[in-house]
Design a protein around this ligand. Structure first.
Ligand code: ADP
Length: 632
């Protein structure tokens, strides 16, 4: 029989498993039992939906056998089984674990043994403890049965074999013990019992093992004799059916990690039951980290759906609104039809009601977290905040009210996170609007010319560090009746009456000069005017109503809107208290034509400060040099 080779990536993984020095090798049992449990789920579901595949629920089991003499451990299930083609496909390559993230990690992983624990790499993990693996299987779809055999790197064989019962039997020939590693412990009852309890207690099918029990000897009361007896090792109650009070946090965490393929504890567990029109139990998790592909199309969101404890569907995305699509977990309802399909799911009224109820629960769970566990919430927001913001501007802001109190912004108050509620509650009385400034970092924003004046006024500014933030607030329009206002818009108004008057006078006195500067700038600005927002800097650019400066920047970089050349209407503001202002007056009085160069240089400077490109950098540089040379 010809040996087949593993696919390249699988081979790497396999090598890692075989040579693994990972200390937590015991997880192999969890992985194999979890595969068996999935196979049992599939068979159970098939039997409920197809007359030709009837099976008694009580016959759906996993049986563990420990054979000390032959150093073998056998894991046998009565699940769906595999055909030879399926064996080839499933065991010849990494299945789920073949995901891009895994591959990437693998590439970098030369000696990073941790990834085994991180990914829970399925079937192949058995090679951490076994030198040879034999998989015999008969598919529920029909025979003949096949056996897959592999001793590791040199490939595998698949051939027909005798097996009368549907399901899969995996025989592990355990490695020899070494000084560091005692593989024999996997042949000890107590060890296996402990591992099943630890990792697989919630599996909803009996995991059985023949165990040795000591009973009193009937012929001699003083003595005991050993008998063999089948025992179910797991409690079988699905975790979500247990009472919340009986569940330890570690149990939730272990369950989450094993079932939803994560290596980090969840940020939040949401476990509840609802009685009513549609009764259901939900066990939901907010992951503690951002899945690497969360913002890619490959990411599949959705909840697992169970009906009366029977698994029906994975990744039912109809149960989750898009803005909460980071939530994973499961829903178990007695009121749903077992035959429910993906198509029905999309239209079903009950499902819609269910989804609404789930949405509300997630929302209030997040609100609680924000209120009671701020640190954790901020971490969550770092991971998934962007998705909440998407939720606000999607569909023209239809979900604004649900989400606006869940988003956070960093602010000029020590750079800390603030909610809109907190911001508006602590606004000084004379502040009418919510101020924000866009930039790629707090530092960049703090350097904006307008900031020192704002600090003097005692106003707080939201940092819009994400280029989408401005879109979000444009969709929102206002929060609690207060408009969002960029510190770079032309009509920013926080002058006192006195200051206004002073500004008007200065404008009047310098009218001709300002007009001349505007003309010098050839239509690049709508107006040149005296500023009251500047303290230390000579000039700044602000945008008139309409497109903001930051949107112009965003669109210039965005492939979708590049080329349309949309520009903000700009206004150049000059600080009348800056020495350069006096210089301008002097130049204008002596040689009005020379003012052109000054206007041009100042305009370009303002663009640069704002992070906007200048049109002709060479000309700008030359003018600066000329000015330096002519300076006395
Ligand atoms: P994963 O479980 O992450 O998909 P595995 O490498 O553990 O990856 O398993 C690969 C595939 O092999 C499974 O998805 C399943 O289709 C199949 N498989 C593994 N064990 C069994 C089993 N006991 N019965 C039926 N199919 C199985």
């Amino acid at each position: 029989m010809a040996k087949k080779q593993f696919k390249a990536e699988s081979k790497r993984l396999l090598e890692m498993m075989i040579n693994s020095i990972y200390t937590n090798k015991e997880i192999f049992l969890r992985e194999l039992i979890s595969n068996a449990s999935d196979a049992l789920d599939k068979r159970h579901y098939l039997s409920l939906t197809s007359k030709d595949h009837q099976v008694d629920r009580k016959d759906l089991t996993v049986t563990l056998t420990l054979d000390k003499e032959n150093r073998q451990m056998i894991i046998e299930d009565t699940g769906i089984g595999m055909t030879d083609e399926e064996m080839e496909k499933n065991l010849g390559t990494i299945a789920k674990s073949g995901s891009a993230e895994f591959r990437k990690t693998l590439e970098k992983a030369e000696d990073n043994i941790d990834i085994i624990g991180q990914f829970g790499v399925g079937f192949y993990s058995a090679f951490m403890v076994a030198k040879k693996i034999t998989v015999e299987s008969l598919s529920a779809e029909g025979g003949p049965a096949h056996v897959w055999i592999s001793s590791g790197e040199d490939g595998y064989t698949i051939s027909e074999c005798d097996k009368d019962t549907i399901g899969t039997k995996i025989t592990l020939d355990l490695k020899e013990d070494t000084d560091d590693e005692k593989y024999s412990e996997y042949l000890e009852e107590f060890k296996i019992r402990e591992l099943v309890r630890k990792y697989s207690d919630y599996v909803r099918y009996p995991i059985q093992m023949e165990v040795t029990k000591s009973i009193p000897d009937p012929t001699d009361e003083e003595k005991t004799i050993d008998t063999k007896e089948m025992e179910t090792l797991n409690s079988m109650i699905p975790l979500w059916k247990k009472s919340k009070n009986d569940i330890k946090p570690e149990e939730y965490n272990e369950f989450y990690k094993a079932k939803f393929m994560d290596w980090e504890d969840p940020a939040k567990v949401i476990h509840y039951s609802v009685e009513g029109n549609i009764s259901y139990t939900a066990l939901l998790f907010i992951p503690g980290r951002l899945p690497y592909d969360f913002y890619y199309q490959t990411y599949e969101s959705g909840l697992q759906l169970y009906s009366k404890g029977v698994f029906i569907l994975d990744k039912a995305k109809e149960l989750l609104p898009d803005h909460f699509r980071f939530v994973t977990g499961l829903i178990d309802s007695d009121d749903l039809n077992l035959n429910i399909s993906r198509e029905i799911l999309q239209q079903d009224r009950q499902v819609k009601a269910l989804a609404r109820s789930i949405e509300k629960k997630i929302q209030s769970a997040l609100e609680d977290m924000l209120k009671d566990d701020r640190e954790n919430y901020e971490k969550f927001f770092d991971n998934f905040g962007l998705n909440l913001k998407y939720g606000i501007y999607k569909d023209y802001g239809i979900n604004k009210n649900k989400l606006q109190d869940l988003i956070l912004f960093r602010s000029s108050k020590e750079g800390k996170y603030v909610t809109l509620k907190e911001y508006t509650e602590r606004m000084p009385e004379d502040q009418k609007e919510i101020y924000y400034a866009c930039g790629s970092s707090a530092d960049e924003i703090e350097k904006l010319p307008v900031m020192s004046r704002i600090h003097d006024k005692g106003y707080e500014v939201l940092y819009f560090l994400d280029e989408r933030d401005e879109f979000v607030t444009q969709i929102m329009r206002d929060y609690d009746g207060k408009q969002f206002k960029s510190v770079n818009t032309s009509d920013l108004d926080f002058d006192s009456e006195e200051e206004k008057k002073e500004k008007e006078e200065k404008t009047e006195a310098n009218k001709d000069m300002l007009e001349a500067m505007k003309d010098a700038l050839n239509g690049n600005v709508k107006e040149v005017r005296i500023s009251s927002r500047l303290k230390d800097d000579p000039v700044c650019i602000v945008a008139d109503e309409g497109l903001s400066l930051d949107m112009e920047k965003y669109m210039a970089n965005d492939p979708m809107s590049r080329g349309q050349g949309m520009k903000a209407v700009k206004i150049l503001e000059i600080n009348p208290d800056h020495p350069v202002f006096a210089k301008l007056q002097e130049v204008f009085a002596a040689d009005p034509a020379k003012l052109n160069d000054y206007a041009d240089v100042l305009y370009n400077q303002a663009l640069l400060i704002q992070g906007l490109p200048i049109e002709d950098p060479v000309a700008y540089a030359r003018k600066i040099t000329d000015l330096m040379v002519s300076a006395k």
